[in-house]
Design a protein around this ligand. Structure first.
Ligand code: NAD
Length: 251
């Protein structure tokens, strides 16, 4: 069954082959959506788009920290497709730094991609969504926003992802009268390249010990929840945070 038949979706940061964005883009395409993958490198974005099931998917270079680039990508896709229905703000980076080791450039890099990028892409699509009185925005936060880190990212990452939660709820409130829904996903420990090669065996054992389901999540676990939030299955949900963490934040 195609939950997104005839829909047009944008997923940022979706070129990473084992990433959450790519898995989400793949599941959306399997459900009938036409998808645009936005990422830093044009060739990688195009290759990822070509790898999706079905025809007509698009890969574009777009640094989400660059407001003009976000607007240009949104305008190009609206002109090409005539409509955009779904935006997944997935681009994000992390760094395993302790509080006192966070330098200004670390703060800028980590908070900018998640928080500024989510704001800029949301701003780029909001007039279009408002005009159509429809739209679903899914923002990637993290369990580290809810519990103050503890997996991999430093305090600046937790702060950026907590910022994404605030931005999600405030924009959900503001855009609800326009028929636009905004929700957040809070993944726990998911095996992707964001931590690849940087997580020691000791850290891994410690993290797994804190997960009642006893395993790391998969990118597909997150994609399934993104599909729920993007589709009409969640038609009466806005401003929510959906936990995808194997039970690591039961409270
Ligand atoms: P990943 O590193 O596999 O992929 C991230 C992608 O974002 C890459 O393709 C990268 O090129 C792209 N990107 C980075 N900066 C960008 C920019 N300025 N503009 C556009 N694209 C940019 O990461 P992932 O694990 O798939 O994570 C995806 C999202 O989920 C991130 O926001 C991350 O913080 C969040 N998240 C991940 C986990 C996890 O355990 N993997 C847990 C919680 C939240």
């Amino acid at each position: 069954m195609g939950l997104l038949n005839g829909k047009f979706a944008i997923v940022t940061g979706a070129a990473s082959p084992r990433g959450l964005g790519k898995a989400t883009a793949t599941l959306f395409a399997q459900h009938g959506a036409t998808v645009a993958i936005l990422d830093l490198d044009a060739d990688q974005a195009a290759a990822a788009a070509a790898d999706l099931p079905g025809e007509g998917h698009v890969g574009l270079a777009c640094n989400v920290v660059d407001k003009a680039a976000c607007q240009a990508a949104a305008d190009e896709l609206i002109a090409k497709w005539g409509a955009v229905d779904i935006l997944v703000n997935n681009a994000g980076i992390t760094q395993p730094l302790k509080l006192m080791d966070i330098m200004p450039e670390n703060y800028d890099a980590v908070t900018d991609v998640s928080l500024r990028g989510t704001l800029y892409m949301t701003q780029a699509l909001t007039p279009h969504f408002r005009e159509r009185k429809a739209g679903s925005i899914v923002n990637l936060s993290s369990v580290s926003a809810q519990r103050g880190g503890g997996i991999f990212g430093g305090p600046h990452y937790s702060a950026a992802k907590a910022g994404v939660l605030g931005l999600t709820k405030a924009s959900a409130r503001e855009l609800a009268p326009d028929g636009v829904r905004v929700n957040a996903l809070c993944p726990g420990f998911i095996a992707t390249d964001i931590t690849a090669g940087k997580l020691t065996e000791e850290m891994r054992t410690q993290v797994l010990a804190g997960i009642p389901m006893g395993r790391a999540g998969t990118a597909e676990d997150v994609a399934g929840c993104a599909l729920f939030l993007a589709s009409d299955l969640s038609a009466y949900c806005t401003g929510t945070e959906v936990d995808v963490n194997g039970g690591s934040l039961i409270h």
